[in-house]
Each structure stands twice: as structure tokens, then as C-alpha cells.
Design a protein around this ligand. Structure first.
Ligand code: MG
Length: 395
């Protein structure tokens, strides 16, 4: 008798996490099958993925792209959907055991929430949706009984450590950060770093947005907020250590002083595979971790506010709560895009976010509409400041 395979939907299938997820599925075709794929604009890659994995449905952002895509893959028998409604229809109506949420930014929020509301388990790589709407995602999951399994490597590490122990004894957690490509650079050289330099992450191969966030350490700030919601923790229980080797992904300290950690190579396929196979574990596709070769593991406090101003701002937003994380995320998404497009310098990313932080008028978040309203308002404000910066350069 043929064993039933886990049916997987991947949101953001053409991005870095999406591709790594398909790598894992390719290795374990007896265990997993692709039920649905959603992507943004990379129609050529999506068409290849459809031909290889033959999902029941696929969704793209724009209606025009769905017509182009259908022409390329008409033989595969895959239903092609478009827009937010298409994404929602896919996660709601397809039969699936797990939805991998790997769209970058707040754009991933609606389909992730739709999946949880439909009672589907979610492997969460889209940290921004947890940052801006943690309480709504958690509420939906507890209402329908859907499980949220973290894919972010640090959160996967905490999740794994907590499988071995009771959470009521947890004292605090430590997320590790590599420190990014500029960890050892003199502070005076930071402001003018190029896009190419910022994209050269010392340890991880990841998507562009998260790689820039790693260089500013905003990524770790967002991850603190993500961890607060995922594990129901208080801000003072959330700590960060810089660990340049990126072998220890997180540590969990218990009341008796014991500390558990998860160690592995810095490769996203490890936490992705765990999220897919959970609660089972499968053989790794990577060579084993060789600690003797790595030789030393270092840890440092994050104490340089001038080097990582965005991390300190994110921690302030974590403490302030309410709408602060939504504003922070929106300003950062816009500033990082502007940097990647070559409009601003590296050092100006934090100027934009700081400006929005200073101007922000906090409010309660009572609905998803509140979140999108603050997101929009912040983007307009950030855009105005960005235009001022760009105009000043023109003179
Ligand atoms: Mg991470």
C-alpha cells in the first residue's frame, strides 16, 4: 500500500525559502507532495516548478501574469489563480497538511491568516506577519486548532529546545545573531556601504530583504517581536547574543540555570526540513556538523548602539507595543527597498525608520484594517522623508 504523503502549499515558492523548501521536497518525494504554489512576479521559475511538481493549483500576484503562466504550463493540469483572492482561495480550498508561509514582508499576512483561519498548520518563515499581527495570528490558530511551526532558524531552535522541556520552567531565551557583514568594520566606515557589500552575508544565503535586515540587525529586532508572540514571552525574557560562527541558533535558559541550545550548520534547509517533518526527524541532506573543525564558538553582547541603531529602535518598539511594531516594519520595508534600488545610502536606512518612529502616534490594534491603515500611513510618511533625502542629493 502506498503511504500517504504530506501535502504542502508553498506561499512564496520562487524566493529563497520557497526554493529551499522545494529542495527538501525533491529529496523526500515519498514523504511530501506539493499541493499548491504561490509566487509574485517570477513567472518563468514558477512555470518550471509547476512542470516539475504538478501542484493542483498555483497563484500569482497579477491577473496578466496568470494568463502568461497558463500558456506556459497548460499541459500540467494545474489550476491557475490570481491576486489576493486567488491566494486566499488556494490556501482555503485546497486539501493540505501544511502551508509554508514564505512571502517576504507584510504582503504575507493575509494568506498566512487565511491558512490559519481555514485550520491549516503553518510553517512560518514570514516573520513580518507575526511582528505586525501576532495577536491575530495566534487567536486564529487557537480558534481553529491550527499549529504554527517556526521556520526562522532561531525560532526553530527555541521550538526544538522546548520539545525537551516544560515551558513553565523557562526563564529566558537568547536569539543569536551573526552580526552581519559589518560586525568588525570601524563605525566611521558604516554609513557608505554599498548594496553589494551589504548583501554579502558572512554565514547565511538568504533573500535580499532579510540579508539587509541582518546587516542593520533590524532582523534580530523583528525576531525578538516574533519570538514574543510565538512563545508568549515578556520583553525582559527576550535576549540577543552576537555569535559570529552562526552554529548555535538559539539558547533556552531554565529556572534551575540549565541552558539548552540547538546547534547546526547555517543552512535554512535544516529548519525547513524540521518544520515539514515535525514531529518526526529525517536524515539530513548536509554533511554532519564538525565542531572540532569549527574549533571555537564566540558570543558577544549587542552593546554598540551606533553600529546597530535599528536593533535598539526595534527593542524600543517591542517594549512600547501597540502599533509601534507595525510602524517599524512598514518604515523598514520601505527604507530597505529604497536602499536596494540604489536611492539611499546604507546609513540612511535608519534615518528613515527613526524619522517615522519620532512622528508615530501610537494607537491600539483592534483589527486587521487598523494594521493596514498604520502600514499605509507610515509608508506615506517614509516616502516623504525619502524624497527629501533624494532631492537633497540632487542639489
Ligand atoms: Mg532568523
Amino acid at each position: 500500500m502506498k503511504k500517504t504523503r504530506k501535502k504542502i502549499i508553498i506561499l512564496g515558492s520562487t524566493g529563497s525559502i520557497g526554493e529551499s523548501t522545494l529542495d527538501v521536497i525533491r529529496l523526500y518525494q515519498d514523504k511530501f507532495e506539493v499541493a499548491g504554489l504561490a509566487a509574485g512576479k517570477n513567472i518563468n521559475l514558477l512555470a518550471q516548478q509547476i512542470k516539475e511538481f504538478k501542484p493542483q493549483a498555483a497563484a500569482v500576484k497579477a491577473a496578466g501574469d496568470s494568463i502568461r503562466l497558463l500558456k506556459k504550463v497548460s499541459a500540467a493540469g494545474t489550476k491557475i489563480l490570481a491576486g489576493e483572492e486567488g491566494e486566499a482561495e488556494m490556501v482555503t480550498s485546497l486539501k493540505a497538511d501544511l502551508v509554508v508561509s514564505a512571502i517576504t514582508g507584510i504582503a504575507g499576512l493575509k494568506p498566512t491568516l487565511a491558512a490559519l483561519e481555514a485550520g491549516k498548520n503553518v510553517a512560518l518563515a514570514n516573520k513580518e506577519s507575526m511582528v505586525v499581527a501576532g495577536q491575530f495570528l495566534k487567536k486564529a490558530a487557537s480558534r481553529t486548532g491550527a499549529r504554527i511551526i517556526p521556520v526562522d532558524s532561531e525560532h526553530s531552535a527555541i521550538f526544538q529546545c522546548l520539545q525537551q522541556a516544560r515551558k513553565k520552567f523557562l526563564k529566558r531565551i537568547y536569539l543569536t545573531a551573526s552580526g552581519g557583514p559589518f560586525f568588525r568594520l570601524p563605525l566611521s566606515d558604516l554609513a557608505d556601504r554599498s548594496v553589494e557589500e551589504a548583501l554579502k552575508h558572512p554565514r547565511w544565503a538568504m533573500g535580499k530583504k532579510v540579508t539587509i535586515d541582518s546587516a542593520t540587525l533590524m532582523n534580530k529586532g523583528l525576531e525578538l517581536i516574533e519570538a514574543k508572540w510565538l512563545f508568549d514571552l515578556q520583553p525582559e525574557q527576550l535576549q540577543v547574543l552576537i555569535h559570529p560562527q552562526s552554529i548555535v541558533h538559539a539558547l533556552v535558559e531554565f529556572q534551575d540555570g540549565s541552558v539548552l541550545a540547538q546547534l547546526s550548520q547555517a543552512d535554512m534547509r535544516i529548519p525547513i526540513q524540521y518544520a515539514l517533518s515535525y514531529p518526526e526527524r529525517l536524515e539530513s541532506c548536509l554533511p554532519p556538523l564538525n565542531l572540532a573543525e569549527i574549533n571555537k564558538l564566540e558570543f558577544y553582547q549587542v552593546d554598540e548602539e551606533e553600529r546597530y541603531p535599528l536593533f535598539f529602535l526595534a527593542r524600543k518598539a517591542l517594549l512600547a507595543g501597540q502599533s509601534y511594531p507595525v510602524m517599524l516594519n512598514a518604515a523598514n520595508e520601505l527604507a530597505v527597498s529604497a536602499f536596494l534600488e540604489g536611492k539611499i545610502k546604507f546609513g540612511e536606512i535608519n534615518q528613515i525608520v527613526e524619522y517615522c518612529y519620532r512622528q508615530h502616534q501610537p494607537s491600539e490594534l483592534n483589527s486587521l484594517e487598523d494594521i493596514f491603515a498604520i502600514d499605509q500611513k507610515t509608508r506615506i510618511m517614509a516616502k516623504q522623508y525619502l524624497n527629501q533625502l533624494v532631492n537633497m542629493k540632487g542639489k
